[in-house]
Design a protein around this ligand. Structure first.
Ligand SMILES: Cc1cc2nc3c(=O)[nH]c(=O)nc-3n(C[C@H](O)[C@H](O)[C@H](O)COP(=O)(O)O)c2cc1C
Length: 336
């Protein structure tokens, strides 16, 4: 960024003053300009501990896909940002690695991210169900080991699969598949949706399992039901349009989790990655203040936009998010 001269700046101010009036305030916050400083080097963000690995901030990079040339570069950029800023990340679906090692290097990020930060492999519940059925669950354990991942994220995406012509069909309830996997896995497990979120009964069921965390994958951002409808490979999209509107926002899911917790306080998993429709640090700050459990917030598409080009672009974006979060900590209070 170049600094403008004072006279240039004053001229900008005059030119832009009339255009700058905004009609509506962000009603989520109290703004307390008298009580905080700008972010200083002494300001630290609170990290997030997941299965024994500590991050330096409560920001997580949500799972995005691998297996194409572009994905390899995106993944390496993301892992580099994790290393530089002390973040954790989940890989996109590693299903392709169950078939061959052709794309292994796109996912092989442990050396880039470093040993001390959380780094998770990812598979769909359909693959887990299939591997269990075929008695091949040891292949999943090997996958996690080979990637030197800390554990596995299982995504549960029945609506997306339903709308995909090539989509999988679940024969068993995901909760039953998860119960079986947990018995056979020797690593931490995170469970997520992919952009529709989940309702209170599913959250309660997951909170009753010994998971490392539950990631929301809430509705409000990337929407795979809509995405599959736009692909419309079945030619029947018009009959399913409304499915894209099914789901739960991150804010609503936080209400579910807080309600579940206030009714009962003995859960095996009370740790969350709040994701889905999180656009920036202001959303993240707001949501983290609303949830009463230990949590990080996460973005997928928000990072993707800046991870496709040079690392410097992603670095700038990530830095800006973390500085913004510190500013929010100092000057904003979330309204009850
Ligand atoms: C390009 C892309 C690929 C994704 N691939 C996966 C995946 O392989 N596994 C998964 O669990 N989620 C996947 N997701 C879903 C994200 O992890 C996240 O739950 C969802 O995009 C909502 O977050 P957002 O609104 O910040 O994008 C993908 C998202 C994007 C944008």
């Amino acid at each position: 960024l170049t600094k403008s001269s004072t006279s240039d700046r004053k001229k900008d101010h005059i030119d832009l003053a009339f255009a700058s009036a905004i009609a509506k305030q962000d009603g989520r916050f109290y703004y307390e300009p008298v009580l905080g400083t700008h972010p200083t080097p002494n300001d630290k963000l609170e990290g997030f501990n997941i299965a024994g690995k500590q991050t330096k901030s409560p920001l997580w990079i949500s799972s995005m896909t691998g297996g194409t040339e572009l994905a390899g570069q995106i993944n390496h950029n993301l892992a580099r940002a994790c290393n530089e800023f002390g973040l954790g990340m989940g890989l996109g679906s590693c299903r392709i690695l169950l078939e061959s090692d052709k794309y292994f290097k796109d996912f092989d990020l442990r050396d880039t991210i470093g040993d001390s930060l959380p780094f998770y492999a990812n598979l769909g519940i359909a693959q887990v169900e299939q591997m269990l059925k075929e008695g091949k669950v040891s292949q999943i354990n090997e996958l996690v080991g080979k990637l030197r991942a800390d554990g596995l994220i299982v995504h549960i995406n029945p609506l997306q699969e339903w709308l995909q012509p090539e989509g999988d069909r679940f024969q068993e309830r995901p909760i039953d598949t998860l119960n079986k996997l947990i018995k056979m896995a020797n690593y931490p497990i995170i469970v997520k949706e992919v952009g529709q979120g989940m309702g209170p009964e599913s959250l309660l069921a997951l909170m009753s399992l010994p998971l490392a965390a539950i990631e929301f994958g809430a509705s409000g951002g990337t929407n795979f039901a809509k995405l599959e409808l736009m692909r419309n490979r079945n030619g029947d999209a018009e009959y399913h349009e409304e499915l894209a509107h099914i789901g739960h926002s991150a804010e609503e899911m936080i209400e579910f989790v807080n309600d579940i917790n206030s009714a009962n306080n003995a859960f095996l998993c009370d740790k969350f990655i709040v994701s889905g429709g999180v656009k920036n640090y202001l959303d993240g700050y707001y949501l983290l203040n609303k949830i009463k459990s230990e949590a990080a917030f996460a973005m997928a598409s928000g990072f993707l936009k800046h991870a496709m080009g040079t690392y410097d672009e992603l670095k700038e974006f990530t830095k800006l998010q973390l500085e913004g979060l510190k500013m929010a900590n100092n000057l904003l209070r979330v309204r009850e």
